[in-house]
Design a protein around this ligand. Sequence first.
Ligand SMILES: Nc1nc2c(c(=O)[nH]1)N[C@H]1C(S)=C(S)[C@@H](COP(=O)(O)O)O[C@H]1N2
Ligand SMILES: [Mo]
Length: 438
Amino acid sequence: MSDPKRERGLCEIYQDDPERADHLVFGRRAHADRRGFLRGAGLAAMGALLGASIPFHRNMPAGLIPAALAEETELSLFETKDGLVLLNDRPVNAETPAHLLDDSVTPNARHFVRNNGTVPDMALAMDARDWRLTVDGAVDTPLSLSLDDLRSRFEVVKLKLQIECGGNGRAGFNPPAKGNQWTLGAIGNAEWTGVRYADVLKAAGVKSEAIYTAHYGMDGHLSGNPDKLPISRGVPLAKAMEPHSLIAFEMNGQPIPALNGFPVRTICPGWPGSTSQKWLRRIELRDVVHDGPKMTGTSYRVPYYNVAPGTKVDKEDFRIIESMPVKSLITTPRSNMTVNARNLALRGHAWAGDAAVSKMHVSIDFGANWIEAELDAPPNPYSWQDWRAAVTFPEKGYYEVWARATDDQGRMQPFAVNWNPKGYLNNTMHRIAVTVAA
Ligand SMILES: Nc1nc2c(c(=O)[nH]1)N[C@H]1C(S)=C(S)[C@@H](COP(=O)(O)O)O[C@H]1N2
Ligand SMILES: [Mo]
C-alpha cells in the first residue's frame, strides 16, 4: 500500500534517532549493527528483509528507509491480529469473526480495528517517552500530563469495557450504505487499565460553561496533509464524568497495541466506538457541541424518526448517536456447523450500550418459541455479559439458532432493524445455521 504520510514520518524518525528507527523497522536483529548499516550483518539483514540483494547498496544513503519497507510497516501490524478479516487496508479496518469472540475478555489479538487515518509514528515505535496529554479549553488550570503523571496523580482502575463501532452491522442494510461493510465483528470487550476521565477533568477544574469534550489524536490524515485530522469527536460532559469513562493506557495488562491506540486512548463505553479516541494527545472542554471531523453532517448520526429504506433525509433531521442499542452474539458454535447429536450447547455475549442486559433468549424454530438462556451479571457496568443455553433438536435437518437479548428497559433486539442512510445501529438478532446429521 502506498502511504506518503507514513513514509515521510519514518524518514523523520531516521533523522532524529536512527537507532530507534532501525529498531522500529528491522526489530532487534539490526539494532546492534547500526554503524555497519549497509555493510556486513546490516546489509545481510536488509537483503533478507527485502528478499533480494541490493546491487547499488554503496550508493544507498545510511538512514534511508527502503521504500518497500516504508510501505509495508503499517499493514504488517495486522499480523499481530489473529483471524481478523481485513475490510480495508487504507485505512486499516478489520473485524473479528463471531466465533473468535468466544472469550469473556477479548484478547488484544482479537480486538477489531477501525482506523480513519494512518497509525502515528509514536505508536509504530511503541515509545511514549515524549507523549503528553494536554487538557485545556474551559478549565481553570490547563494540564500537561505524562504517562507517569497519569499513573501517579490519579487512582488507577481496571474495567472490562465494550467498544462497538457505530457502523457494526452495516453490511446488513439494503439499500447498502457507504462505508466499511462490517458484519458482526466490530465489537470487543477487553480489560482496560487507566484513570477515570472524570478525575483528570476535575484536576483541571471544569468551568461552568463546559458542556462537551473534544478529543484529538496523533494519527495522520490519509491525504498526508499534516493540518488535517482524520477524526476528532467528543462526548457531552456528563458522559465524560461517568465513572466508567476512562483515559486508558493498558489493554489486557499490556501497553495498548499500536493499532488500538498506543499509548493512551479515551474509552467512552457503550457509545459509538468513535468516541473512544485512540492515540490521544489532547482533550479540550468546549462550551458548544464539538464540531471536529466526523462530528458534523451525517457522521455517527441517524434521523430522529424512522424512515423508509432509501429515503433522502434532511441534514437537520439527524441526531448524534449516544448509547448503542441492545445486542448479542452467538460465539459457540460457529455458523454452518454440521453436528452429529441432538443436543447442542450454545454460548455468547450480550450488551446494551448505557443499559444492562436483563434477559437472553434463543430460538431453534425461526422465532416461534423462545428458550430462556442463563445470563451472567456483568463483572462491572459496561462489560458485555456472558450467556449460555442448551437446546435439543427434535429430528435431523437444517435449523437456525436465533439469539435475542432484552435490556433492563424492556427493549429487545428486532428481527429486522429500521434502515438509516449511513447504516448505523444495526442490532438485529444474530442467526446461525446448524445442520443436524444424526
Ligand atoms: N485517533 C483515532 N481514534 C479513533 C479512531 C481513529 O480513526 N482515530 N477510530 C474510532 C472508531 S470509528 C472506532 S469504532 C474505534 C475503534 O477502536 P479499535 O480500533 O481499538 O477497535 O476507535 C475510534 N477512535
Ligand atoms: Mo467506528
